[in-house]
Design a protein around this ligand. Structure first.
Ligand code: DO4
Ligand code: MG
Length: 278
């Protein structure tokens, strides 16, 4: 089932119908280890609305309130090779193959909730970057007890020139206002996502598709439990958190985003997250 935070309240879309939730506090919802069961109980006739999934997508807000957004890096082979290439002149490339094989994954802080953009809102490229890309990432939704309650779509906007110049610049390459997008909903499920799930991205410039790429969840090198374990090792998340799982789609080196580009990220079973670069 899909959980939407919207301008009309918190709404569940389940088996073709939408239901208004009585639970109003997003932080309480996202911290419920039994969220799936709780939502099923609220999918009853008196709560039924007549909103289609398309209408929900159009009124969806970023599915976040007080959670932090963290991200995993170099979890796909494609990400490893692309970063090695971008940082070979700075001498930083060797860090990426090491972290790909290391026991400890790369995890980094991505965004506070107020800097996150939702469906159809604008994401940003840094003014001091000449080479910026979107990173489409399956995103885990975790309670304070490390319980994986659902999945969303994330965009880890990144300044590749700044990251490539020196790996120590990673926080500047990755974290700035409007550098993270989430949405359109949270797929709440008790099942682990199917590894064959396709993640795809299109970038559209003046009505023309100028980039298309796809990967699948099975390409992620690390297990979710491994990523969650390291994230929570020495950190508590009283409101739960979002964890992006890394990118396996990397546009060619000569590609950089421009103002007004439309970024569409689709993950099967979750939906499409669309943002304009603004
Ligand atoms: O180490 C750089 C960032 C890696 C990343 O964001 C990714 O692999 O998705
Ligand atoms: Mg990333």
């Amino acid at each position: 089932m899909k959980l939407f935070k919207t301008k009309k309240g918190n709404i569940v879309f389940f088996k073709g119908n939408s239901y208004k939730l009585l639970s109003k506090d997003w932080d309480i919802l996202l911290n419920n280890d039994q969220l799936y069961k709780e939502l099923i109980q609220q999918c009853i006739e008196p709560n039924r609305l007549s909103l289609s999934e398309k209408e929900l997508n159009n009124i969806a807000l970023p599915p976040i309130k007080s959670q932090e957004v963290w991200a995993s890096g170099v979890t796909y082979f494609k990400s490893k090779t692309a970063r090695m290439e971008e940082s070979k002149e700075s001498g930083g490339s060797t860090f990426y193959d090491k972290v790909y094989d290391a026991e400890r994954p790369e995890l980094f802080f991505k965004s506070t909730a107020d800097r996150v953009r939702g469906p159809f809102q604008t994401v940003r490229i840094r003014k001091d970057s000449m080479w910026s890309v979107p990173e489409p990432e399956l995103t885990l939704v975790l309670t304070r007890n490390q319980k994986l309650i659902g999945y969303s779509i994330g965009n880890d906007m990144s300044a590749r020139d700044i990251e490539g110049e020196n790996p120590l610049y990673l926080p500047q390459a990755k974290s700035y206002t409007g550098s993270a997008a989430l949405g359109p909903c949270i797929l709440v499920t008790e099942r682990v996502i199917d590894p064959r799930t396709i993640i795809s991205m299109e970038i559209i410039r003046t009505n023309e598709v100028i980039f298309e790429g796809r990967t699948q969840v099975a390409e992620i090198k690390r297990s979710f439990s491994e990523l969650i374990h390291f994230l929570f090792k020495e950190m508590d998340f009283p409101n739960g958190c979002f964890l992006m799982t890394g990118t396996g789609i990397v546009p060619d080196e000569n590609f950089t985003l421009q103002q007004k580009d439309q970024i569409k990220i689709n993950i099967e079973g979750i939906g499409t997250l669309q943002n304009e670069v603004g």
